[in-house]
Design a protein around this ligand. Structure first.
Ligand SMILES: Nc1ncnc2c1ncn2[C@@H]1O[C@H](COP(=O)(O)OP(=O)(O)OP(=O)(O)O)[C@@H](O)[C@H]1O
Length: 977
């Protein structure tokens, strides 16, 4: 009696028996998601109804649960094919019929595919079969398995049996070689067929599958599993033929609830796995096409076969004849599979999320761009860039030289053609960026108003009359010519005399933009001329950067420290500067990066240097040097009062009415601590004073009480810095500093030789000064000991250094005397010129002495030692010649020289006094050292006459042509000593 049959429409519904409808709710719940369209197909024992929709998953599950299209013809056919694969249960007929139905379809498919179906003899008639070893997995009934048969004998036997219409063989899983657990796959396909005869027999699992030989192509044999077999005996060895028993499942009760529940659970799990794994879906489809319906044992086989379990677990399922146990084993395997597929799903999901997140962002960005472009809010990158460059160029387009315009246009076209991600694109973009940023032909209106210029120069700098005069002359010429081009001004002088700040003032006076760059130590020509664009990270030179920076084509460019230009290792920076500065060449200055000529002829160059001699000659040749010699004390006081104090007050936030630094204090500071030519050190000290005052004010303010103590604001001895070691104040000077508080709002810092701040908050007696601060004595730093010894064999000379003028002392002493021992030993780090000068002095002194005191054999019989302190400072130059002679004669004649006399001048062998340099610096240095009389060469009279009256004030200056005049001045008028 059939347990199920078809109703219309057959493909959509199926039925899995046996059970009753009342017992089926769990299964219904599991499998009938669209139960409204379920067709009940059974009248006898309907247990399970599952709707099969077009949905592939449900379709597959529908197949899983056992109902497919069938026809009476197919049923019959299937009976032939698989009639013996019954489950052995009590309801055997029902199962058989169902199997026939399913098998019939698979049979027809197979027939279509490879014509493998044969009705006679029946599979169960095969009791002696060829044994095929399976290395990897056992073959389950209903499954395909392709194997490769490398053994020609076996292959021939298989082909033979196919020909004899007996296309069956036994497929048995091969046991692992003993001891090969670590590498179970060590049996390669080839080696499997190397095992033969008895050995193979022993290595085969006992239970296997009767396999239909579906097709043989070359050495590939396709097997389809049919029923379980057990080997009983070996019949022949090569090829291995065995006697087998056909196995049947143990009888079981189809209505057994436990079996049903287990099978439902297997189905449910399989269904879940099916949802996620497309691989399984394919398996189900193939299986159902060829085998069709499921019963409990088949379900167990199916589950085990498609699970990823290892071969032994599968073999275990194959060997299990108890249906319930088999189902349990399979359930374990598919549950495990379920877990694996969940993990797989979560891994896939995580990766997908990650990828899709990035893709989403990219897509959204692209959409945003497209929308913006559509709305005209933004054009694409390249167009936007081109538009930006064109816009930038627009204001200067008229003035822009045609050759530059041409290059810009070419580059813009190139930009459009380049791929935005290419490196060439970036190079072109940067290049265009520079090309368009240069202020082509954009000049600031120059101001040639001399009066205004004078005011500005005076506003910024005290004194420097001659410098200012020269600058005004320059502006006046500019006014007459209508342009101030063509000159390079070089401001030279010691550090801190205001060269840089004068440059800034000139720019202000001329209404030009100011740009400063220092070339001190510069050794790379590329700094001036730029790198070629071919290099990575190439940049234009300083001049192009300057133009970009200032935004006008006629700035004032201050090239600082031009005398300290480095020596280039690749190219000569001096020559590059020459091209930049030379008015003849700089109208067509070519920067390597820009590669188009720029007109720099409207740029006004001002250079600064400490030592003009160090400037490369070709450069110096093109410059108009304006020397700034340094300041005398008086000038420094003015500068401190009118300029430095104001800036210091501003910088420290101290109001002018809160502090007063007296003239005396300032003088003390300048004379004792800031004796160098410039005023930078003075500026530092004044700032220091104001910082200390600021601290005091803040302290007082925070305590809100009258000041009861204050600190001395002058620098301590250790902090004091005297630049010129040889030019020290003669007397150890004591400066008393007293600080008195003058109340919270108004503090005065007074000093004669003292600085005082009076506390006027004590209103009782404002005039009565209460000294609140102890007196602190500050000793002037004397780096060189007082050198003017009473013996008088020391003579003061005047020297010029890069730091300004200074006094230098020449000492001569007697080493030993004896007939013919006349000699000279010189020390004090003297250069060659100075050593020669000492030799000349020695010779000349001897001649003069011979003339003045013919009987005095001093020079002939005396070894002399001449020393010029300080020994650590290198010295050179011929201008100390006259001082050396005087010192030697002073010793020879035992006549001391006046202390307030200083001299300078080169002397020839014949006694002629030649001119020297640095008259102003030397005069200033002499005054600083309290010199009253100075002797200069006659040739320097003009230089001296040009000096400002305040510099010359109080000095008795003599101009001499011949040493004899010096002799008279030094020795004849020494009555004061
Ligand atoms: N005559 C002056 N009047 C007012 N301030 C001055 C004067 N001379 C110099 N200064 C001030 O001194 C400070 C130092 O000057 P600056 O930096 O210009 O010196 P410099 O000669 O360029 O030195 P260097 O050779 O070391 O570069 C500046 O703050 C400047 O304002």
């Amino acid at each position: 009696m059939p347990c199920c049959h078809f109703n219309q429409p057959p493909p959509l519904s199926f039925h899995f028996c046996p059970s009753t409808a009342s017992k089926s709710p769990p299964m219904l719940k599991l499998l009938s998601s669209t139960s409204s369209s379920v067709h009940c197909l059974t009248t006898a024992t309907p247990t399970l109804r599952i709707n099969q929709e077009a949905n592939s998953v449900f379709y597959a599950l529908g197949l899983l649960t056992g109902l497919t299209r069938r026809s009476p013809r197919n049923s019959l056919f299937r009976a032939c094919f698989c009639s013996d694969s019954s489950d052995g249960s009590g309801s055997k007929p029902a199962v058989e019929v169902e199997e026939k139905g399913a098998e019939s379809e698979s049979g027809s498919d197979l027939k279509a595919a490879s014509a493998i179906v044969s009705t006679y003899p029946r599979p169960e008639d095969y009791l002696t079969v060829l044994a095929l070893p399976l290395p990897h997995r056992p073959l389950f009934p209903g499954f395909y398995m392709p194997i490769y048969v490398k053994d020609p004998k076996l292959l021939a036997a298989l082909q033979e049996s196919r020909k004899r219409q007996a296309p069956y063989a036994g497929a048995f899983l091969l046991k692992d070689e003993p001891g090969s657990e670590s590498n179970p796959s060590s049996d390669t396909v080839k080696s499997v067929y190397d095992i033969k005869g008895k050995e193979l027999y022993n290595r085969l699992h006992e239970v296997g599958t009767l396999a239909q030989i579906s097709s043989i192509q070359g050495d590939q044999v396709i097997l389809i599993g049919h029923r379980r077999l057990r080997i009983t005996k070996m019949v022949s060895e090569d090829p291995l033929t065995v006697k087998v028993d056909h196995l049947k499942e143990k009888p079981y009760d189809k209505d057994d609830d436990v079996i049903k529940a287990t099978s439902f659970e297997v189905i449910s799990t399989l269904r879940d796995v099916l949802k996620t794994s497309s691989l399984w879906r394919d398996h189900v489809q193939t299986y159902s096409q060829h085998i069709g319906d499921f019963n409990f044992p088949r379900l167990a086989d199916f589950g085990a076969a498609i699970s990823g379990a290892n071969k032994l677990q599968c073999q275990q399922v194959l060997e299990e004849l108890d249906v319930h146990k088999r189902l349990q084993l399979t359930l374990e395997l598919v549950k495990k599979e379920m877990e694996i597929s969940k993990i797989q799903e979560s891994i896939a999901k995580a990766i997908e999320e990650k990828i899709s997140g990035e893709q989403r962002r990219y897509l959204l960005n692209e959409q945003l761009k497209a929308i913006k472009k559509e709305l005209g809010l933004e054009t694409d990158d390249k167009t936007a860039l081109s538009a930006k460059f064109r816009e930038r160029l627009e204001p200067n387009r008229e003035q822009c030289p045609p050759h530059v315009l041409q290059v810009i246009e070419e580059e813009l076209t190139k930009l459009q053609l380049l791929e935005a991600s290419s490196s060439e694109f970036n190079v072109t973009r940067n290049y265009l960026d520079w090309l368009t940023v240069i202020p082509w032909g954009n000049y600031s209106d120059e101001n040639f108003d001399v009066v205004r210029a004078q005011t500005i120069l005076d506003e910024d700098h005290y004194g420097l009359t001659d410098v200012k005069e020269r600058i005004l002359e320059f502006i006046a010429v500019g006014k007459l010519r209508g342009t101030s081009q063509g000159k390079i001004i070089c401001l030279s002088g010691p550090p801190g005399v205001g060269k840089t700040s004068i440059g800034r003032s000139i720019a202000r006076a001329l209404n030009r933009k100011f740009f400063r760059f220092s070339v001190g130590g510069l050794s790379d020509v590329a700094e001036i001329k730029g790198h070629r664009r071919t290099y990575i990270g190439a940049m234009p030179g300083k001049m192009v950067q300057c133009l970009k920076n200032v935004g006008t084509a006629n700035p004032l460019v201050l090239i600082d420290e031009i005398d300290k230009l480095g020596r280039g290792y690749a190219g000569d920076p001096a020559s590059a500067l020459l091209e930049l500065l030379d008015p003849e060449q700089n109208a067509n200055f070519l920067d390597h990066y820009l590669d188009v000529t720029i007109d720099l002829s409207k740029v006004l160059f001002v250079c600064t240097a400490n030592v003009v001699d160090n400037i490369p000659n070709p450069l110096l040749d093109r410059m108009e040097v304006i020397a700034i010699a340094g300041y005398i004390t008086d000038e420094k006081i003015h500068i401190a009062r009118d300029y430095l104090e104001k800036t210091a007050q501003e910088a420290c936030g101290v109001k002018p009415e809160q502090v007063e630094v007296t003239d005396g204090a300032l003088l003390g500071l300048i004379e004792n601590y800031c004796r160098e030519a410039g005023v930078r050190n003075l500026q530092k000290h004044i700032e220091k004073i104001y910082r200390k005052i600021a601290l005091r004010l803040v302290r007082e303010g925070s305590s809100n009480e009258p000041v009861i103590s204050g600190e001395v604001v002058l620098p301590t001895e250790a902090e004091a810095e005297v630049v010129d070691a040889t030019d020290q104040h003669a007397a150890a000077n004591e400066t008393t500093v007293e600080v008195e508080s003058v109340g919270n709002s108004s503090h005065e810092l007074k000093s004669e030789s003292s600085v005082q701040t009076t506390d006027q908050s004590d209103a009782k007696d404002a005039t009565e000064t209460e000294k609140l601060q102890t007196t602190e004595t500050i000793k002037a730093v004397e780096k060189v000991a007082h050198l003017r010894s009473d013996s008088g064999w020391v003579v003061m000379g005047l020297a010029w250094t890069a730091m300004g003028g200074s006094t230098l002392y020449i000492e001569t002493t007697l080493v030993e005397q004896g007939e013919g021992k006349g000699a000279l030993h010189v020390t004090g780090q003297l250069g060659d010129v100075m050593k020669e000068s000492a030799q000349i002095a020695h010779t000349l002194a001897r001649a003069i002495l011979l003339e003045k005191e013919p009987d005095n054999p001093f020079f002939a019989n005396t070894k002399l030692h001449l020393h010029v302190p300080a020994g650590a400072t290198p010295k050179d130059g011929p201008s100390a010649g006259c001082t050396m002679i005087t010192s030697m004669l002073s010793l020879a004649m035992k006549k001391p020289v006046r202390k307030d006399l200083a001299m300078t001048g080169e002397v020839t062998l014949t006694g002629k006094v030649l001119p020297i340099g640095g008259v102003k610096e030397k005069t200033i240095a002499g005054r600083r050292s309290e010199v009253k009389t100075i002797i200069f060469p006659s040739a320097n009279k003009r230089d001296y006459d040009e000096l400002a009256p305040n510099v010359k004030e109080g000095l008795d200056v003599h101009f001499v042509d011949d040493y004899s005049q010096i002799f008279n001045l030094a020795f004849d008028n020494n009555t004061e000593n």
